[in-house]
Write a protein that binds this ligand. Structure first.
Ligand code: CP
Length: 320
């Protein structure tokens, strides 16, 4: 195990993670999440300093391979890597030789032969990161794989919520929207439950997978009732890019039943925390008035994402 000194502290933080990759929340233990959150606290302090950089990963080269569009995750990983002083290379699907017929394994092995130490992968195929971890010799971080998982998003969501309402044990967390096509929903469910929260989903029946109840997740199709139950809500986007058919009659009807607006929030007569992983479709799953309100922590989530990703890469780097 490599000993990495975090120059921000007197002590050396040793990684006790039970995993060598971050492939999904379902592969983590509660202890792993707790260590990631503790390390994130330290990095959050770093990124709020005037000099936002530490030399912790100056001996590492990390490749960000994004085979699907991204704004937040891609920029967040790259900023996290730069703030840890790692060398960074980026590849997007349109610019890669995968578009000429090269396999993912060949592409990654070619990149690794240039002495790259860690791969961050976003890919449209569920399981792409697990597949890669079994077929190449490198540390793999899943930055979102199809409808499977988006572990760094779930960690930053849970961390942000924890900062606002304290321990998630016995708290009620609601996830609203397109659960069927959402990797964020699956990773959120695993993370919140591991941290002791109760999870409910709300959306059109056609966008709630039948297997969800086997995860001990309850279902509610009335948004007002669901909001009255919860301490925090994560509003999800309709993921049209993963839909091959129509799942509800019109967007207007979807908005009427499942869109979050100020009138519904006022009617529940309690303060709840509002989250959204982004990108937001303003006026569809959430109105601008709610997205920009005091109750919404959407930009806190984005800020915390950098510190969460610094913590994950720091802890995994100790295991290389
Ligand atoms: N939340 C999220 O994954 O956003 P991006 O697709 O912009 O990375």
């Amino acid at each position: 195990m490599t000993m990495r000194i975090l120059y921000i502290w007197k002590e050396i933080i040793m990684s006790n993670l039970s995993v060598n990759h971050l492939l999904g929340i379902k592969y983590l233990s509660l202890k792993d999440i707790e260590q990631i959150f503790e390390t994130t606290d330290h990095f959050k302090e770093v990124i709020n300093r005037k000099i936002k950089k530490v030399p912790s990963l100056r001996d590492l080269t990390i490749a960000n391979l994004f085979f699907e569009n991204s704004t937040r995750t891609k920029i967040s990983f790259e900023l996290a890597q730069k703030r840890l002083s790692a060398d960074v290379v980026n590849l997007s699907s349109s610019a890669s030789s995968v578009s000429k017929g090269e396999t993912l394994i060949d592409t990654v092995n070619n990149i690794l032969s240039m002495k790259v130490d860690m791969i961050v992968l976003r890919h449209p195929s569920p399981g792409a990161s697990v597949f890669l971890s079994k077929n190449v010799n490198s540390c793999i971080i899943n930055a979102g794989d199809g409808t499977h998982e988006h572990p760094t998003q779930a960690l930053l969501d849970a961390y942000s919520l924890n900062q606002k309402i304290g321990s998630l044990k016995n708290k009620n967390i609601l996830i609203v929207g397109d659960i069927l096509h959402s990797r964020v929903a699956m990773s959120n469910i695993y993370a919140y439950q591991m941290l002791g929260a109760n999870v409910k989903v709300c959306g059109p029946k056609s966008l709630i997978p039948k297997y969800i109840e086997s995860f001990d997740v309850s279902i509610e199709t009335n948004l007002t009732k669901a909001l009255k139950w919860c301490d925090g809500v994560n509003m999800l986007r309709i993921q049209n890019e993963r839909m091959s058919e129509s799942y509800f009659p019109t967007v207007r009807e979807y908005v009427q039943q499942f869109g979050l607006n100020k009138k519904i929030l006022d009617s529940i007569e309690k303060e709840i925390i509002i989250m959204h992983p982004g990108p937001i479709n303003r006026g569809v799953e959430i109105t601008s008035e709610v997205a920009d309100s005091e109750q919404a922590i959407i930009l806190d989530q984005v800020e915390n994402g950098v510190a969460i990703r610094m913590a994950i890469m720091y802890l995994l780097a100790s295991k290389i």
